[in-house]
Design a protein. Structure first.
Length: 323
């Protein structure tokens, strides 16, 4: 098994996919860090309480006009309550620092960027063999097929983990030279929830930033493992790398758009895409559909991953070599 994993690792490195992923992450983080640096400079003499009060008033006016769908309205009410909590406790929530930047990366990148990058890595891990003409050699090797596919899955999960860890390391390495680097022990408040338009104080959690960040990254790691499992299934189903990658990217982008514009379609909460932003839901962001708790989302992603893996192994182990 170790030799198979080593072989799959060399294949991914040879195709330069992981290098491309790192270049994309670096470029995006440099741009976002620069914007955070400019924000820090502009906030030097600002009245942060007045700014937050203005944001709260703007959100309240938008809600009163009633021209937004239910999903956005829930999110906006949750944000109003979150900001009001910081005002009441005299806590400045938006001052850019390197630790906050690293923590926020889990939420922002986990929403769509990281799933897209993992899909790029994994959606052709099997179908690329057909494009390179090595699929028949692969399936006729004196190695059990389930071992071959297991090695691909483990390798993909290894690179999924590396992508997330490298993203966090890059976020720190790029932001630390230009943003304040202290504050890993600072208190972070999360878990803001609303019930009948009122803030539920008992759900608010106070944790040191480093612990809150570990939980958020752990949840996103779990979500990305599900994306990798589904990518593997599509790579087994499609003989074409373009078809498998295109289908996965369309599922991620289309599903994300669908959950935002169709809050009344309650069956949408069973899509794996709707449960991917686990770090957002952990932080208190309102999910697109009612009834989507953290436990529900974790269970849903686990079910999608298990189903995808069962389908992938069944198809891969029974496929006609010359089909």
């Amino acid at each position: 098994m170790l030799s198979l994993i080593r072989n799959e690792t060399l294949k991914i490195l040879r195709r330069k996919r992981f290098t491309i992923v790192m270049v994309i992450l670096t470029a995006i983080l440099v741009l976002v860090t620069y914007s955070q640096y400019r924000m820090l400079k502009n906030q030097h003499n600002r009245n942060w309480r007045a700014d937050i009060q203005q944001r709260v008033a703007s959100y309240q006016n938008t809600l009163r006009r009633g021209r937004i769908n239910g999903s956005w309205a829930r999110s906006m009410r949750a944000e109003i309550n979150r900001l009001q909590f910081y005002l009441d406790h005299d806590i400045e929530p938006d001052r850019p620092t390197a630790p906050i930047f690293v923590r926020t990366f889990a939420n922002v990148a986990g929403f769509l960027l990281l799933p897209l990058l993992i899909a790029t890595l994994g959606s052709d891990i099997v179908s690329a063999e057909h494009a390179e003409g090595t699929d028949k050699l692969l399936l006729t090797r004196p190695v059990r097929r389930w071992k071959v596919l297991t090695s691909k899955l483990i390798t993909l999960w290894i690179f999924t983990t590396l992508t997330l860890l490298c993203g966090a390391a890059l976020a720190w390495a790029i932001s630390a030279p230009v943003l304040p680097g202290g504050g890993w022990g600072a208190p972070i408040f999360s878990g803001f929830q609303i019930s009948e338009k009122a803030l539920k104080i008992d759900t608010v959690r106070q944790l040191p930033l480093w612990k809150d960040a570990l939980i958020a990254y752990g949840l996103e790691w779990y979500a990305l493992l599900t994306v990798a499992a589904i990518s593997l299934m599509l790579s087994v189903i499609f003989r074409s790398s373009a078809a498998s990658i295109g289908t996965m990217l369309a599922s991620l982008i289309g599903g994300t758009i669908l959950t935002r514009i169709s809050p009344d379609w309650t069956a949408g909460k069973y899509l794996f895409v709707s449960a991917l932003p686990l770090a957002d839901y952990y932080s208190g962001q309102a999910p697109p559909y009612d009834g989507m708790s953290i436990a529900f989302c974790i269970t849903l992603l686990g079910a999608w991953a298990a189903t995808a893996l069962v389908a992938a192994f069944l198809l891969f182990t029974t496929r006609d070599v010359f089909g």
